[in-house]
Design a protein around this ligand. Structure first.
Ligand SMILES: Nc1ncnc2c1ncn2[C@@H]1O[C@H](COP(=O)(O)OP(=O)(O)OP(=O)(O)O)[C@@H](O)[C@H]1O
Ligand SMILES: [Mg+2]
Length: 462
């Protein structure tokens, strides 16, 4: 079993509780202030959190703690005293951020149980370890099958030196993938140079790619090194290669065959060692059919092909990316934002995302600034028309709707069983049966669910 980490935030930590936690396998870190809490938390693994409000934190400090309390991979349990239970802001904080609370005085056993349960729920929000593995360290988010295949491919491609051709719709992450390949390759300490073949006017492209000598043409006052030469030793990304004008295609092909360039107006040819990655959203088969792209160049560029999956085919990753973007830009809101409303999540799944990840990022950034409530809604994303989806068959629709309702309620209530059950208007026992039926539990969480079932059973017997 892996070590479970617990952050115990308290002004007056209890030694007996601490040793009880250690005996139950917790690696406990005791901290006293907001900054320490922030430093001790990780975003990528599930953790337990014990927030001892009864030991006295002032409102200012609690506000500073808010971003840490909002992390969905941390299962927070609050300790409060009887008076705090009537305090509106404490109640709000617990509802928003904690899986459970315990009123002190309480037995250490009760607190340890509750932490185990909260941690189990946080595990549900964690990206499983096997899905994190192989993920390039370049800020690529995604755990769906298509992305995992992509990560594996990036790993393999990076180890070799062959030319790579990346195809994919606009905004799917082609440039990010090229960067990931470079960053994992033996060339990573050498330059990564990208040139947008579609953005440079045809007459200038030759000198941009190959450079020129002083006096090569009117206005060439000094020597200029071209992008190919500038990438020497490293990686050259020929972006939007589908838009490369025909006349540059011939000279590029010559360079690929000979691995040498000649600056315009130059007399000597210079050996250049670069790894070529090209990318485009253009349909290359069509471009070749219409005579806009040379097949011999295309085959040279594309020893290995990578296809970037469109966002609409990435399932749950849409939510992962949305949450990642919100975390990244939430400070632009200037106020507390608690995530996405259920209708926003539904709409994000129903919408087709023609502009892919770039569009998702733009919509969320705009929504962060413009939204007025505590959550980003479908309307804030300007996706109000995509909230509902036509079902398939009644039986399928029932299963889909049930699962979706469960998942949304879990997200909305951060895994707090009583609140989820209340939301869904079912008993806790029914809720747990449903969760089992849909397989919405895993690893440690299922142990906690079993414990919870047992607690329910005992309560019922009383
Ligand atoms: N898997 C991902 N995780 C996080 N961010 C991503 C991911 N994929 C793309 N992005 C982000 O989306 C934006 C678009 O990505 P990128 O520029 O790599 O796409 P592209 O396919 O090259 O787009 P275009 O065809 O428009 O040039 C960037 O801000 C990038 O950081
Ligand atoms: Mg691009």
């Amino acid at each position: 079993m892996r070590a479970r980490k617990l952050v115990y935030a308290s002004r007056n930590p209890s030694e007996s509780l601490r040793s009880r936690l250690a005996a139950r396998g917790w690696h406990v870190e005791v901290v006293a202030g907001a900054n320490e809490v922030r430093r001790s938390l990780r975003r990528d693994v599930a953790m337990g959190g014990l927030l001892d409000l009864s030991s006295g934190f002032d409102p200012h400090e609690l506000a500073a703690l808010a971003p840490s309390l909002a992390l969905i991979n941390v299962g927070w349990v609050a300790l409060i005293d009887a008076a705090q239970r009537r305090n509106a802001s404490v109640r709000q904080l617990i509802r928003d951020c904690c899986f459970d609370y315990v009123t002190v005085p309480a037995s250490d056993e009760r607190i340890v149980d509750s932490i185990g349960h909260a941690y189990g729920m946080a595990v549900l929000n964690e990206v499983p370890e096997e899905e994190r593995e192989g993920r390039p360290e370049t800020g690529m988010v995604g755990a769906c099958d298509a992305m995992r295949t992509l990560y594996r491919l990036i790993g393999k491609v990076a180890a070799s030196d062959v030319s790579v051709f990346i195809a994919g719709e606009s905004g799917t992450g082609k440039e990010l993938t090229a960067l990931a390949i470079h960053a994992r390759s033996a060339r990573r300490h050498k330059p990564f140079v990208a040139v947008n073949c579609g953005a440079i006017p045809a007459p200038l492209l030759q000198s941009e790619l190959f450079g020129y000598e002083k006096g090569a043409f009117t206005g060439a006052h000094r020597r200029k090194i071209g992008t190919i030469e500038a990438a020497n030793g490293g990686t050259l990304l020929l972006d939007e290669i589908g838009d490369l004008p025909l006349e540059s295609q011939a000279s590029l092909l010559r360079f690929l065959q000979e691995a040498r360039i000649e600056r315009l107006g130059g007399q000597t040819s210079i050996a250049v060692d670069v790894r070529i990655i090209s990318a485009t959203h253009v349909d290359m088969a069509g471009a070749m059919r219409e005579g806009r792209f040379r097949p011999d160049l295309y085959y040279r560029l594309g020893v290995l092909h990578i296809e970037e999956p469109p966002l609409r085919a990435r399932g749950k990753d849409i939510e992962l990316l949305a949450q990642y973007t919100l975390d990244r830009f939430r400070k632009e809101a200037g106020r507390r934002l608690r995530g996405f409303s259920p209708d926003a999540i539904a709409a994000m799944h129903n919408y087709g995302w023609p502009g892919n990840v770039r569009e998702l990022i733009n919509r969320i950034r705009r929504a962060i600034v413009l939204s007025e409530g505590g959550q980003i809604t479908a309307n804030d994303l300007e996706l109000g028309d995509y909230v509902t989806l036509a079902p398939v068959s009644i039986a399928q629709a029932r299963v889909i709707a049930e699962r979706q309702a469960l998942e949304l309620a879990m997200l909305r209530n951060r895994g707090r069983l009583s609140d989820i059950a209340h939301d869904l208007n079912v008993s806790r026992a029914t809720l747990m049966r449903l969760m089992h039926a849909h397989g919405i539990h895993r690893g440690d969480a299922s142990a906690d669910l079993a414990q919870e079932l047992e607690r329910e059973r005992r309560a019922f017997a009383r």
